[in-house]
Design a protein around this ligand. Sequence first.
Ligand code: GDP
Length: 363
Amino acid sequence: MDGISQPSPINEEAASKFRAHRNRSLDTQEYLSGIFSGNRTILSKAITLVESSLPSHQAQAQEIIAECLKLSTETGSHTKGHTSHANSIRIGITGVPGVGKSTFIEALGIHLTSKGHKLAVLAIDPSSSRSKGSILGDKTRMEELSVDANAFIRPSPASGSLGGVARKTRETIVLCEAAGFDVIFVETVGVGQSETTVHSMVDFFLLLMLAGAGDELQGIKRGIIEMADAIVINKADGDNLAKAKIARVEYANALHLFPPPGSGWIPEADICSARTKMGIDHVWELIMEHRKVTGETGFFHLRRMEQNRQVFRETIEAGLHDHFFNRSEISHHIASLETEIMNGRLNPYQAAQEMLEKYYRMF
Ligand code: GDP
């Protein structure tokens, strides 16, 4: 005997309505009011929209970003009552894997949220975050911060090119600021190009380092040190404390060898322990001091305007690139010319010229 079949405990009709509601795409106004009221679910959805490559999503994302930018004094009208871009601070944090970036972000982050700040933590990891362990937003990283009501952690957009990732991260910063986050961290793994990219979107660039034996400047390229507004030597605890103090002096000396950056700010070297939290409050004081000094010299504003100018250029370049490569006539022709080049039958300069002329003739 099978007995009487039981009805499903789920009301299918209600469940499907609920699912439809949850998956329904929001209109621009719904996104905006959600973002402006600090609704994190809607903020997350808006960021997903920004990260989408679908043209319809991109168009809506641009509408949303344009409205969010209106909050900023930098681009014109200023709406009172919202956190505007001018009230936010964007901090880039870099350092080699293992230097303690996530531990540091957690320690400084908790320090900030306990002072009443609202913190968004973003990341740039162009080497596609998915396959590696060191992803921001990984469950094991930033355990306390990830459940902090005043912190919002978003992993790196998983798109291929650094330029693409950077664009999405810049737009995400705008959305987070419109949602009331007044401190933005942008983390990057310290491996090459991505530091320059992060530097180009932040107000303060922090380089985390370790005290090592031998030549202190070996590990990291001179160019990166030159970009730093502060070098902070982490893991200054236990047996490492004395070494860290020596390294601090060496870095401070190295920083003084570089010409003054014109901002009125002289880059500093400092020590901290993200684990014991020693020196974390001092790092924040340093950042606030930088904010004050560069505010007075006008450099804070100038740096953001210069970044906007760069975004303008990059957006045009990206648009031209897509306009060219997204045409099927072009991509087919490119593939056949590439075969010829690979076979040694075609001169690459001439081939490129031929390709461009074909493109120009389309208009
Ligand atoms: P990331 O790869 O740069 O994000 O580094 P993590 O934050 O994951 O830290 C790497 C390792 O260093 C972990 O085992 C941390 O516990 C440890 N660590 C981080 N900060 C400190 C510190 O201030 N002191 C000590 N002793 N260890 C630390």
